[in-house]
Design a binder for this molecule. Structure first.
Ligand code: HEC
Ligand code: HEC
Ligand code: HEC
Length: 133
């Protein structure tokens, strides 16, 4: 039984890699958001700013979606997101993967404060060591 379980898990991992399933990463310039998360029992959010900046012009978020240029200044929470604002303008299963992937956003280690991060992923992610691959 145990053996079969391992085989199934290994196959799932291979399939996941082939299909390029999303995975949480963190890097320099990421914005940590923890105004609401931990006090409500879930890990802080790590918003990969550069990842998004490489795909969209600043205007998309900081003008069209009305987000202020300051970590923690936008009152973002799950209600606004589910309402289609902030992250929810794209993470709706159409433009980007949908909200059921909690861990991809709530990937921060506990204890992190809302801030712009200036260090390496090893200090942020719950999945340490990913970067070494
Ligand atoms: C696209 C990114 C994203 C996804 C996916 C996501 N969240 Fe969040 N969530 C946020 C952000 C951003 C906040 C606000 C962060 C902060 O300041 O603490 C937040 C806040 C929260 C909070 C704090 C209370 C509140 O209502 O705001 C809870 C609890 C929460 N999320 C649960 C979840 C659960 C459970 C899932 C999966 C079903 C999920 N989140 C998926 C981005 C996300
Ligand atoms: C996909 C959306 C998105 C795009 C595109 C984007 N940003 Fe941001 N940016 C954010 C969010 C979200 C925050 C954090 C706001 C918060 O915590 O409420 C932020 C924060 C910031 C901040 C304050 C934190 C810091 O790093 O000092 C600056 C400055 C900033 N963005 C500049 C830019 C510039 C310049 C561009 C274009 C090159 C850009 N952003 C593109 C979403 C985006
Ligand atoms: C303008 C559209 C847009 C907005 C707004 C946006 N995202 Fe994204 N995000 C994307 C797209 C597109 C991807 C890539 C999806 C894919 O790979 O399938 C992505 C990917 C991600 C990833 C995975 C990055 C990686 O390394 O694969 C995370 C985490 C994430 N977003 C969090 C957030 C959070 C948190 C917010 C709100 C603060 C947010 N996003 C707002 C469009 C957006």
């Amino acid at each position: 039984m145990a053996m079969m379980k391992h085989t199934t898990l290994a196959m799932a991992a291979v399939l996941g890699a082939l299909m390029g399933s999303p995975q949480a990463r963190a890097e320099y310039g990421d914005v940590v958001m923890n105004n609401h998360s931990e006090q409500n029992g879930i890990n802080p959010v790590v918003f990969p700013h550069w990842f998004h900046r490489a795909r969209y012009g600043c205007k998309v978020c900081h003008s069209d979606l009305g987000m202020e240029l300051e970590a923690g200044a936008n009152g973002i929470n799950m209600m606004t997101i589910m309402d289609g604002q902030h992250c929810g303008a794209c993470h709706n299963g159409e433009i980007a993967w949908q909200l059921e992937h909690c861990d991809l956003c709530h990937s921060g280690k506990s204890g992190l404060e809302t801030q712009v991060h200036g260090s390496t992923s090893a200090q942020l992610n719950t999945t340490q060591g990913e970067e070494a691959r």
